[in-house]
Design a binder for this molecule. Structure first.
Ligand code: SF4
Length: 361
Protein backbone atom coordinates (compact mmCIF):
# COMPACT_ATOMS: atom_id res chain seq x y z
CA UNK A 1 0.00 0.00 0.00
CA UNK A 2 1.09 3.59 -0.55
CA UNK A 3 1.97 5.72 2.45
CA UNK A 4 -0.75 8.27 1.61
CA UNK A 5 -3.47 5.60 1.79
CA UNK A 6 -5.68 4.96 4.79
CA UNK A 7 -7.99 1.96 4.69
CA UNK A 8 -11.16 1.87 6.78
CA UNK A 9 -13.38 -1.14 7.40
CA UNK A 10 -16.61 -0.98 9.43
CA UNK A 11 -18.17 -3.79 11.40
CA UNK A 12 -18.24 -5.55 14.73
CA UNK A 13 -16.55 -8.91 14.11
CA UNK A 14 -12.89 -8.23 14.96
CA UNK A 15 -11.27 -11.50 13.79
CA UNK A 16 -12.95 -11.31 10.40
CA UNK A 17 -12.33 -7.56 10.08
CA UNK A 18 -8.61 -7.86 10.85
CA UNK A 19 -8.14 -10.54 8.20
CA UNK A 20 -10.26 -8.72 5.63
CA UNK A 21 -8.44 -5.40 5.94
CA UNK A 22 -5.00 -7.07 5.90
CA UNK A 23 -5.96 -8.95 2.72
CA UNK A 24 -7.14 -5.67 1.19
CA UNK A 25 -3.82 -3.92 1.86
CA UNK A 26 -1.84 -7.08 0.96
CA UNK A 27 0.22 -6.76 4.12
CA UNK A 28 2.09 -10.05 3.58
CA UNK A 29 3.71 -8.61 0.42
CA UNK A 30 5.37 -5.85 2.49
CA UNK A 31 6.96 -8.13 5.10
CA UNK A 32 10.33 -9.81 4.41
CA UNK A 33 9.88 -13.60 4.30
CA UNK A 34 11.43 -14.79 7.58
CA UNK A 35 11.00 -11.52 9.42
CA UNK A 36 10.61 -11.40 13.17
CA UNK A 37 7.31 -9.58 13.63
CA UNK A 38 6.35 -7.61 16.72
CA UNK A 39 2.73 -6.76 17.49
CA UNK A 40 2.31 -3.83 19.86
CA UNK A 41 -1.21 -3.61 21.34
CA UNK A 42 -2.46 -1.10 23.91
CA UNK A 43 -2.66 -2.70 27.36
CA UNK A 44 -2.32 0.51 29.32
CA UNK A 45 -4.32 -0.90 32.25
CA UNK A 46 -5.72 -4.26 33.27
CA UNK A 47 -9.21 -3.63 31.87
CA UNK A 48 -11.14 -5.53 29.24
CA UNK A 49 -11.40 -4.01 25.74
CA UNK A 50 -15.12 -3.25 26.13
CA UNK A 51 -14.10 -0.60 28.69
CA UNK A 52 -12.63 1.45 25.83
CA UNK A 53 -9.06 1.17 27.18
CA UNK A 54 -7.37 -1.81 25.55
CA UNK A 55 -6.93 -3.48 22.16
CA UNK A 56 -9.48 -6.19 21.43
CA UNK A 57 -7.98 -9.67 21.80
CA UNK A 58 -9.93 -10.90 18.76
CA UNK A 59 -8.42 -8.19 16.58
CA UNK A 60 -4.94 -9.38 17.54
CA UNK A 61 -6.13 -12.93 16.92
CA UNK A 62 -7.22 -12.00 13.38
CA UNK A 63 -3.79 -10.48 12.70
CA UNK A 64 -1.99 -13.55 14.06
CA UNK A 65 -4.19 -15.89 11.98
CA UNK A 66 -3.51 -13.82 8.86
CA UNK A 67 0.25 -13.82 9.44
CA UNK A 68 0.36 -17.56 10.14
CA UNK A 69 -1.74 -18.33 7.06
CA UNK A 70 0.81 -16.36 5.03
CA UNK A 71 3.74 -18.35 6.39
CA UNK A 72 4.99 -16.01 9.13
CA UNK A 73 5.84 -17.86 12.33
CA UNK A 74 8.22 -15.58 14.19
CA UNK A 75 5.61 -13.42 15.91
CA UNK A 76 5.79 -11.83 19.35
CA UNK A 77 3.55 -9.48 21.34
CA UNK A 78 5.33 -6.65 23.12
CA UNK A 79 3.79 -4.20 25.53
CA UNK A 80 4.23 -2.53 28.89
CA UNK A 81 1.27 -1.16 30.87
CA UNK A 82 1.49 2.31 32.34
CA UNK A 83 3.49 3.03 35.47
CA UNK A 84 1.60 1.51 38.38
CA UNK A 85 -0.12 -1.36 36.56
CA UNK A 86 1.09 -4.82 35.71
CA UNK A 87 1.36 -5.85 32.06
CA UNK A 88 0.99 -9.50 33.08
CA UNK A 89 -2.30 -8.71 34.84
CA UNK A 90 -3.55 -6.77 31.81
CA UNK A 91 -2.50 -9.66 29.59
CA UNK A 92 -4.64 -12.07 31.66
CA UNK A 93 -7.64 -9.77 32.14
CA UNK A 94 -7.82 -9.11 28.39
CA UNK A 95 -7.48 -12.81 27.57
CA UNK A 96 -4.17 -12.49 25.74
CA UNK A 97 -2.88 -15.61 27.52
CA UNK A 98 -5.25 -17.59 25.28
CA UNK A 99 -3.41 -16.23 22.22
CA UNK A 100 -0.13 -17.40 23.66
CA UNK A 101 -1.53 -20.87 24.32
CA UNK A 102 -3.46 -21.31 21.07
CA UNK A 103 -1.06 -19.69 18.63
CA UNK A 104 2.28 -19.95 20.42
CA UNK A 105 2.78 -16.19 20.31
CA UNK A 106 4.79 -15.08 23.37
CA UNK A 107 4.31 -11.81 25.22
CA UNK A 108 7.36 -9.73 26.03
CA UNK A 109 6.69 -7.39 28.90
CA UNK A 110 8.65 -4.27 28.03
CA UNK A 111 8.74 -3.34 31.72
CA UNK A 112 11.18 -6.20 32.25
CA UNK A 113 13.03 -6.01 28.96
CA UNK A 114 16.56 -4.73 28.63
CA UNK A 115 16.82 -1.28 27.08
CA UNK A 116 19.04 0.65 24.71
CA UNK A 117 19.81 4.33 25.23
CA UNK A 118 18.90 6.38 22.19
CA UNK A 119 18.87 10.11 21.65
CA UNK A 120 16.95 12.46 19.42
CA UNK A 121 16.49 16.24 19.47
CA UNK A 122 18.42 16.54 22.72
CA UNK A 123 16.25 14.00 24.58
CA UNK A 124 17.90 10.79 25.81
CA UNK A 125 15.53 7.84 25.94
CA UNK A 126 15.56 4.28 27.27
CA UNK A 127 13.97 2.25 24.47
CA UNK A 128 13.18 -1.42 25.08
CA UNK A 129 15.45 -3.76 23.15
CA UNK A 130 12.68 -5.93 21.68
CA UNK A 131 11.06 -2.95 19.95
CA UNK A 132 14.36 -2.26 18.20
CA UNK A 133 15.14 -5.89 17.46
CA UNK A 134 11.99 -6.89 15.55
CA UNK A 135 12.22 -6.61 11.76
CA UNK A 136 8.63 -5.50 11.31
CA UNK A 137 6.54 -3.71 13.92
CA UNK A 138 2.75 -3.75 13.76
CA UNK A 139 1.24 -1.09 16.00
CA UNK A 140 -2.32 -1.82 17.18
CA UNK A 141 -3.46 1.21 19.21
CA UNK A 142 -6.96 1.94 20.45
CA UNK A 143 -8.54 5.08 19.03
CA UNK A 144 -9.55 6.91 22.20
CA UNK A 145 -9.42 10.12 24.17
CA UNK A 146 -6.56 11.05 26.48
CA UNK A 147 -6.71 13.34 29.50
CA UNK A 148 -3.44 15.14 28.66
CA UNK A 149 -2.89 14.86 24.92
CA UNK A 150 -6.65 14.88 24.01
CA UNK A 151 -6.32 11.84 21.77
CA UNK A 152 -4.13 8.78 21.71
CA UNK A 153 -3.60 6.56 18.69
CA UNK A 154 -0.56 5.36 16.70
CA UNK A 155 2.22 7.77 17.71
CA UNK A 156 1.45 7.78 21.40
CA UNK A 157 0.97 4.01 21.62
CA UNK A 158 4.71 3.64 21.01
CA UNK A 159 5.19 4.88 24.58
CA UNK A 160 4.66 1.26 25.67
CA UNK A 161 8.09 0.54 24.14
CA UNK A 162 10.05 2.55 26.70
CA UNK A 163 11.00 1.80 30.31
CA UNK A 164 8.82 2.95 33.23
CA UNK A 165 11.53 5.43 34.21
CA UNK A 166 11.38 6.87 30.71
CA UNK A 167 7.58 7.13 30.85
CA UNK A 168 7.90 9.36 33.93
CA UNK A 169 10.55 11.39 32.12
CA UNK A 170 8.19 11.85 29.13
CA UNK A 171 5.51 13.29 31.41
CA UNK A 172 8.00 15.73 32.93
CA UNK A 173 8.71 16.96 29.37
CA UNK A 174 5.03 17.53 28.59
CA UNK A 175 4.62 14.41 26.40
CA UNK A 176 4.28 15.98 22.95
CA UNK A 177 7.92 16.46 21.97
CA UNK A 178 9.15 13.13 23.37
CA UNK A 179 6.27 11.21 21.75
CA UNK A 180 7.17 12.65 18.36
CA UNK A 181 10.91 12.05 18.89
CA UNK A 182 10.38 8.46 20.06
CA UNK A 183 8.69 7.76 16.74
CA UNK A 184 11.73 9.19 15.00
CA UNK A 185 13.81 6.54 16.79
CA UNK A 186 11.37 3.65 16.27
CA UNK A 187 8.17 4.06 14.32
CA UNK A 188 5.72 1.31 13.42
CA UNK A 189 6.02 -0.26 9.98
CA UNK A 190 2.29 -0.80 9.84
CA UNK A 191 -0.62 0.45 11.94
CA UNK A 192 -3.94 -1.28 12.50
CA UNK A 193 -6.13 0.89 14.71
CA UNK A 194 -8.73 -0.67 16.98
CA UNK A 195 -11.57 1.80 16.50
CA UNK A 196 -14.27 -0.54 17.78
CA UNK A 197 -15.16 1.21 21.05
CA UNK A 198 -12.44 3.54 22.34
CA UNK A 199 -13.02 5.77 25.34
CA UNK A 200 -14.55 9.22 24.98
CA UNK A 201 -11.85 11.21 26.76
CA UNK A 202 -9.77 9.05 29.08
CA UNK A 203 -7.06 6.53 28.25
CA UNK A 204 -8.05 4.38 31.23
CA UNK A 205 -11.48 3.59 29.78
CA UNK A 206 -14.87 3.79 31.44
CA UNK A 207 -16.87 5.66 28.79
CA UNK A 208 -16.58 3.54 25.65
CA UNK A 209 -18.08 4.96 22.46
CA UNK A 210 -19.01 2.38 19.88
CA UNK A 211 -17.30 3.33 16.60
CA UNK A 212 -17.25 -0.10 14.88
CA UNK A 213 -14.26 0.39 12.63
CA UNK A 214 -10.66 -0.57 12.04
CA UNK A 215 -8.21 1.72 10.27
CA UNK A 216 -5.00 0.65 8.53
CA UNK A 217 -2.02 2.50 7.12
CA UNK A 218 1.75 2.69 7.04
CA UNK A 219 2.16 6.35 8.03
CA UNK A 220 1.60 6.82 11.79
CA UNK A 221 1.42 10.61 11.42
CA UNK A 222 -1.23 10.43 8.73
CA UNK A 223 -3.20 7.85 10.72
CA UNK A 224 -3.13 10.11 13.79
CA UNK A 225 -4.15 13.14 11.72
CA UNK A 226 -7.16 11.22 10.48
CA UNK A 227 -7.87 9.92 14.00
CA UNK A 228 -7.80 13.46 15.41
CA UNK A 229 -10.42 14.57 12.89
CA UNK A 230 -12.57 11.54 13.67
CA UNK A 231 -12.60 12.57 17.31
CA UNK A 232 -13.46 16.20 16.64
CA UNK A 233 -9.98 17.77 16.77
CA UNK A 234 -8.04 19.67 14.17
CA UNK A 235 -4.46 18.52 13.63
CA UNK A 236 -3.15 21.74 15.20
CA UNK A 237 -4.92 20.89 18.45
CA UNK A 238 -2.72 17.79 18.92
CA UNK A 239 0.84 19.21 19.02
CA UNK A 240 2.73 15.90 18.77
CA UNK A 241 1.26 15.26 15.31
CA UNK A 242 2.71 18.49 13.92
CA UNK A 243 6.06 17.93 15.64
CA UNK A 244 6.31 14.38 14.24
CA UNK A 245 5.48 15.66 10.74
CA UNK A 246 8.10 18.40 11.04
CA UNK A 247 10.71 15.84 12.07
CA UNK A 248 9.93 13.70 9.03
CA UNK A 249 8.20 10.80 10.79
CA UNK A 250 5.35 11.05 8.30
CA UNK A 251 2.87 13.40 6.70
CA UNK A 252 -0.13 15.19 8.20
CA UNK A 253 -1.39 16.24 4.78
CA UNK A 254 -4.90 14.82 4.83
CA UNK A 255 -5.83 16.79 1.69
CA UNK A 256 -3.53 14.54 -0.33
CA UNK A 257 -4.41 11.36 1.53
CA UNK A 258 -6.56 8.71 -0.03
CA UNK A 259 -9.19 7.41 2.38
CA UNK A 260 -10.36 4.04 1.12
CA UNK A 261 -13.53 2.86 2.82
CA UNK A 262 -13.96 -0.83 2.10
CA UNK A 263 -17.60 -0.93 3.15
CA UNK A 264 -20.32 1.13 4.80
CA UNK A 265 -21.27 0.82 8.41
CA UNK A 266 -24.79 -0.43 8.86
CA UNK A 267 -24.41 -1.91 12.33
CA UNK A 268 -26.40 -0.65 15.26
CA UNK A 269 -25.05 0.37 18.66
CA UNK A 270 -24.95 -2.57 21.04
CA UNK A 271 -22.81 -1.28 23.93
CA UNK A 272 -24.85 0.04 26.84
CA UNK A 273 -23.99 3.77 27.08
CA UNK A 274 -22.56 5.04 30.38
CA UNK A 275 -24.14 8.00 32.19
CA UNK A 276 -21.68 10.42 30.60
CA UNK A 277 -22.34 9.13 27.08
CA UNK A 278 -26.10 9.14 27.77
CA UNK A 279 -25.89 12.77 28.84
CA UNK A 280 -24.28 13.73 25.50
CA UNK A 281 -26.68 11.47 23.60
CA UNK A 282 -29.51 13.49 25.13
CA UNK A 283 -28.85 16.13 22.45
CA UNK A 284 -29.53 13.66 19.65
CA UNK A 285 -32.69 12.15 18.22
CA UNK A 286 -31.43 8.93 16.61
CA UNK A 287 -33.56 6.82 14.29
CA UNK A 288 -31.77 3.70 13.06
CA UNK A 289 -28.37 5.43 13.25
CA UNK A 290 -25.30 3.43 12.21
CA UNK A 291 -22.93 3.11 15.14
CA UNK A 292 -19.95 4.73 13.35
CA UNK A 293 -22.06 7.81 12.56
CA UNK A 294 -23.50 7.95 16.07
CA UNK A 295 -20.06 7.48 17.64
CA UNK A 296 -18.69 10.41 15.63
CA UNK A 297 -21.59 12.57 16.83
CA UNK A 298 -20.91 11.66 20.48
CA UNK A 299 -17.24 12.68 20.08
CA UNK A 300 -18.36 15.92 18.42
CA UNK A 301 -20.84 16.72 21.20
CA UNK A 302 -18.08 16.13 23.75
CA UNK A 303 -15.86 18.63 21.92
CA UNK A 304 -18.68 21.17 21.71
CA UNK A 305 -19.25 20.84 25.42
CA UNK A 306 -15.53 21.46 26.05
CA UNK A 307 -15.75 24.56 23.87
CA UNK A 308 -18.78 25.74 25.85
CA UNK A 309 -21.19 25.87 22.92
CA UNK A 310 -23.21 22.72 23.42
CA UNK A 311 -25.91 24.39 25.48
CA UNK A 312 -26.70 26.84 22.64
CA UNK A 313 -28.14 24.06 20.52
CA UNK A 314 -31.75 24.67 19.75
CA UNK A 315 -33.64 21.41 19.38
CA UNK A 316 -32.41 17.86 19.06
CA UNK A 317 -30.03 16.69 16.34
CA UNK A 318 -31.45 14.19 13.88
CA UNK A 319 -29.25 11.23 12.91
CA UNK A 320 -29.91 7.88 11.28
CA UNK A 321 -31.34 6.04 8.34
CA UNK A 322 -34.87 6.61 9.67
CA UNK A 323 -34.59 10.22 8.42
CA UNK A 324 -33.94 9.29 4.78
CA UNK A 325 -36.30 11.29 2.56
CA UNK A 326 -37.60 13.40 5.48
CA UNK A 327 -37.86 17.17 4.80
CA UNK A 328 -37.65 19.12 8.04
CA UNK A 329 -36.55 22.33 9.67
CA UNK A 330 -33.65 21.46 11.97
CA UNK A 331 -30.17 20.00 12.23
CA UNK A 332 -29.29 16.63 10.77
CA UNK A 333 -26.08 14.60 10.77
CA UNK A 334 -25.05 12.54 7.73
CA UNK A 335 -26.38 12.05 4.23
CA UNK A 336 -29.50 10.38 5.60
CA UNK A 337 -30.66 13.83 6.77
CA UNK A 338 -30.07 15.71 3.51
CA UNK A 339 -33.68 16.94 3.69
CA UNK A 340 -32.97 18.98 6.84
CA UNK A 341 -32.42 22.74 6.61
CA UNK A 342 -29.00 22.28 8.25
CA UNK A 343 -27.18 19.08 7.37
CA UNK A 344 -23.60 17.91 7.98
CA UNK A 345 -22.93 15.84 4.87
CA UNK A 346 -20.96 12.58 4.86
CA UNK A 347 -21.61 8.92 5.39
CA UNK A 348 -20.51 9.03 8.14
CA UNK A 349 -19.30 12.64 8.59
CA UNK A 350 -16.14 13.13 10.67
CA UNK A 351 -16.54 14.54 14.18
CA UNK A 352 -14.36 17.55 13.30
CA UNK A 353 -16.75 18.46 10.46
CA UNK A 354 -19.71 18.16 12.83
CA UNK A 355 -17.92 20.37 15.38
CA UNK A 356 -17.08 23.03 12.77
CA UNK A 357 -20.57 23.04 11.33
CA UNK A 358 -22.40 23.20 14.65
CA UNK A 359 -19.99 25.79 16.07
CA UNK A 360 -20.84 28.10 13.16
CA UNK A 361 -24.56 27.58 13.63
S1 SF4 B 1 -25.31 8.97 7.05
FE1 SF4 B 1 -26.90 7.40 7.40
S2 SF4 B 1 -26.18 5.56 6.33
FE2 SF4 B 1 -24.43 6.99 6.51
S3 SF4 B 1 -23.39 6.32 8.37
FE3 SF4 B 1 -24.83 7.94 8.96
S4 SF4 B 1 -26.72 6.89 9.57
FE4 SF4 B 1 -25.46 5.43 8.44
Amino acid sequence: MNSNEIYVLYGNQPVKMAKEILEAVKLADSIPKDAKIGIKPNLVVAKTPDSGATTHTELIEGVVQYLKEHGFDRIILLEGSWVGDSTQRAFKVCGYDRLTKEYGVPLFDTKHDTFVKRSYGGIDMEVCSKALEVDFLINMPVLKGHCQTSITCALKNMKGCITDREKRHFHSLGLHRPIAYLNKIRCADFVLVDGLCGDLDFEEGGNPVQMNRVIAGTDSVLIDSYAANLMGYTIDEIPYIGIAAKEGVGSCDLDNAEIIELNHDESKTTIQPTRRVKQLAGYAAPKDACSACYGNLIYALNRLEEKGCLYDLNGKIAIGQGYKGVQADGIGIGNCTLGFTHCVKGCPPKAVDIVNFLSKL
